[in-house]
Design a binder for this molecule. Structure first.
Ligand code: AHM
Ligand code: MG
Length: 340
């Protein structure tokens, strides 16, 4: 029988090999992974756990919150606030940052999350997920402990210490990077443990599969329309090959497919909301996914710039997202540059 490697063992070995996973970061990742197990239990119960449907409230972006959005947010906060590894948290579902209460020790990390991505898929029993990103609290003077503020979170994605997502689908899978490649862990439900099932994930540079919400076609910018129409033209067109389309409408599930077999995912800026840079959130969705995608050999841009180099100006900032197989993302990015 092959030896099973647990999440803890993987992290310990990463630390030995690269010496860059401080104990606090290891603890943080394990706590997030444990919270994801609890969220998975609620997701699996569905109607039996009375967790489906709307909570009757709206988040800061004016989106209707589902019961599971709120439950997942609370699970992540409760699990993380007492361990001493965090200074503060920020979530897609909260207006402002949640500073670790005084009764607990303050750690040096900042955690950001989209507690339950793909909310529109909750009630229809389609894959959903949790996305998270970890930054270090900036500290100019090690002798002075500054109170944590929202400005501490506004760091570009390339400064992330770790990022990951958990997909609640037919299997519950945790996908993680601490900056040395990407690893996937599958939840063994009987044992309650995360088992390493794929190490060193590699996204093929070429693909014949794209993911975009086609119903927005009439609103797209010309470079996006150009790219997709060339894909749709198939073998007879300039690309000379047939493309397939897949769209789950849960970013986690769409990105997970790309992590598994390649592809390109786009949620580009469109004319519906001309003044907003895009729909997806930079801090909770785009940056962590961009970090994972790049660590697996892929590419992530907003059409013109690398997502992880964008300087955030506010917590709930939105961004245009194009990510996945390198050669395709490069092509769409080139189309944007040519059109500029
Ligand atoms: P959410 O965080 O409220 O669930 O919104 C994000 C989701 C993404 O997972 C997905 O890519 C996108 O919204 C789908 O949006 P739409 O169906 O409006 O095109
Ligand atoms: Mg989301």
């Amino acid at each position: 029988m092959t030896k099973r490697v647990s999440l803890t063992q993987y992290l310990v070995e990463q630390q030995r090999e690269h010496g860059q996973i401080p104990a606090q970061l290891r603890l943080l990742i394990e706590v997030v992974a444990r919270a994801c197990k609890r969220i998975a239990i609620s997701v699996n119960k569905g109607a039996l756990g009375e967790v489906l449907g709307s909570a009757g409230s709206e988040n800061v972006q004016g989106e209707v919150q589902k019961k599971l959005d709120i439950i997942s947010n609370e699970v992540l906060i409760e699990a993380n606030e007492w361990g001493g590894h965090l200074a503060a948290m920020a979530s897609e579902e909260m207006d402002s940052i949640h500073v670790v209460p005084n009764r607990y020790p303050q750690g040096e990390y900042l955690l950001m999350f989209d507690p339950l991505d793909g909310s529109s898929n909750i009630d229809v029993n389609v894959s959903i997920g949790t996305i998270f990103s970890v930054l270090k609290k900036p500290n100019d003077d090690p002798n002075v402990i500054e109170p944590v503020s929202e400005a501490d979170f506004l760091q570009p994605g390339h400064q992330q210490a770790a990022a990951g997502y958990c997909v609640y689908g037919p299997q519950t899978t945790l996908v993680l990077t601490v900056g040395h490649g990407v690893a996937m862990f599958t939840l063994d439900r009987e044992q309650g443990s995360w088992v390493l099932t794929t190490d060193k994930v590699e996204i093929p540079a070429d693909t014949k599969e794209f993911a975009i919400n086609m119903s927005n076609m009439r609103h797209w910018a010309p470079p996006v329309s150009r790219y997709i129409s060339e894909c749709l033209a198939g073998k007879e067109g300039v690309r000379g090959k047939d493309f397939n389309m897949r769209w789950v409408a849960s970013m986690v599930a769409d990105v997970h497919r790309i992590m598994t077999r390649g592809g390109i995912f786009m949620y580009p800026w469109d004319k519906r909301e001309p003044t907003k840079p895009g729909k997806l959130r930079l801090m909770y969705e785009a940056n962590p996914m961009a970090f994972l995608i790049e660590q697996a050999g892929g590419m992530a841009t907003n059409g013109t710039e690398r997502i992880m180099d964008l300087p955030p100006t506010k917590l709930h900032e939105r961004v245009s997202v194009i990510l996945g197989s390198k050669n395709e993302v490069q092509r769409v990015t080139d189309y944007h540059k040519e059109a500029a």
